[in-house]
Design a protein around this ligand. Structure first.
Ligand SMILES: Cc1ncc(COP(=O)(O)O)c(C=O)c1O
Length: 403
């Protein structure tokens, strides 16, 4: 630093304050490292990091310390060997698909009611590149078995709890089917989170998340993550390095902060959602309620087994009676506490109309085929006082019923 004092103001302005003494303390919280480049005293060390024979950082697209800290934390929560973070959940899913070897001439079997953009990724983008996808009802194990036997897919893809119909995937059974046919089982664990379920311990090979949702929890950072074995992660890392869909360090820091309260938040999300589901089922103007925690849910017993008493998640779906888009919009506009924002997993209670948001990429016919009706509302139940959430839903329903 001292030699800088004699330099011109223009030079001092650029370098002053940077790269000071190496600290002899450890910060309790992982710092945000925004640096794109990294320096080593010895150029051979830099060369070794470049060559992959020494751990370290050279360039932020190849990895950076705050992002690594987040990746390590997620790998630990999901009980996987390695995690790779991305700029969004979709970037994570896309890179994982390429890294697992989906290319022209290969195929995938995909749960039919996955998140709309995931559906579009297979149905439009990957299809245009020669990857064929067969969409099946993942809760019909015979249909999955038949599709795998017929197409010999490279990947079987499902969501632990599907978006928005909240079907619960029998991960151990799906893993057996995938492995019988030489496929990799990839599970989107966004809705369940590692609080409820760790798919890698149940036989899945790859887990993906939209970290934007429950991991973040506060609606202020976009991110995605893939967790898998060290060996499989290498192929996905090559895609990350080439395509550069990296998570930024600021976002990694926010997501890491979110992880610390994930179990606390999930506990409240789950208990609130169960009460909201049961409460909404008793209200006039609601035709049906979908929630894995209700005994009438077709996979209630499976969910109880997979989630081991941790609860049934924070997502509830319900169908308004005789409703179309206009009616659902009236309901949303009448809500005073619950927010009609296009995301989920936040501390706030959020509502979404799948037909115009998450599943907009599907044609009306495709939506009808997967069971997304015109009156379907998806609710991400927040951590507010549950009485306030329920009374808001009740007053909004009364507003549209008696308007
Ligand atoms: C289950 C699920 N997976 C993946 C995604 C995509 O995540 P992102 O919006 O972070 O790209 C979403 C987004 O809503 C989602 O709900």
């Amino acid at each position: 630093m001292n030699e800088l004092r004699d330099k011109d103001l223009r030079t001092r302005a650029v370098h002053a304050g940077e790269r000071g003494e190496r600290p002899d303390f450890t910060s309790v919280v992982t710092p945000i490292y925004p640096s794109v480049g990294y320096l080593y005293d010895d150029m051979d060390d830099l060369d070794a990091v470049f060559g992959g024979t020494r751990d370290g950082y050279v360039y932020a697209r190849y990895g950076s310390p705050t992002v690594s800290a987040f990746e390590d934390a997620v790998a630990m929560l999901e009980e996987g060997e390695a995690a790779l973070a991305f700029g969004s959940g979709m970037a994570a899913i896309h890179a994982a698909m390429l890294g697992l070897g989906l290319h022209a001439g290969t195929s995938a079997v995909v749960a039919q009611d996955v998140y709309g953009a995931t559906y579009a990724l297979f149905n439009n983008l990957l299809a245009a590149q020669g990857v064929s996808a067969r969409f099946v009802d993942a809760s019909d194990l015979q249909a999955v078995e038949d599709a795998c036997a017929e197409t010999q897919p490279r990947v079987l893809f499902c969501e632990t709890v599907s978006n928005p119909l909240l079907k619960v995937a029998d991960i151990p059974a799906l893993a057996r089917i995938a492995h019988t046919h030489g496929a990799v089982l990839m599970v989107d664990n966004t809705f369940a989170t590692p609080y409820l379920c760790r798919p890698l311990t149940l036989g899945a090979d790859v887990v993906v998340h939209s970290a934007t949702k429950y991991m973040c929890g506060h609606g202020d950072a976009l991110g995605g993550v893939v967790v898998t074995s060290a060996e499989r992660s290498r192929g996905i890392y090559e895609i990350l390095k080439i395509t550069g869909a990296n998570l930024g360090p600021q976002e990694a820091w926010l997501l890491m902060r979110g992880l610390k309260t994930l179990p606390l938040r999930m506990e409240r999300h789950c208990s609130n959602a169960l009460q909201v589901a049961n409460g909404v089922a008793r209200l006039a103007g609601v035709a049906r309620v979908i929630y894995p925690g209700r005994h009438v849910h077709p996979q209630h017993r499976l969910a109880t087994r997979l989630f081991q008493g941790g609860g049934y998640g924070g997502m509830v779906a319900f169908e308004l009676s005789n409703a179309d888009q206009a009616r659902v919009f009236q309901f949303f506009e009448a809500l005073k506490l619950c927010l009609p924002a296009t995301t989920l997993g936040d501390v706030y209670t959020l509502v979404l109309y799948p037909a115009h948001a998450s599943h907009r990429a599907l044609t009306p016919k495709e939506r009808a085929a997967v069971g997304i009706g015109d009156g379907l509302v998806r609710m991400s139940v927040g951590i507010e006082a549950v009485e306030d959430i329920l009374s808001d839903i009740k007053q909004a329903l009364e507003t549209i019923l008696y308007a």
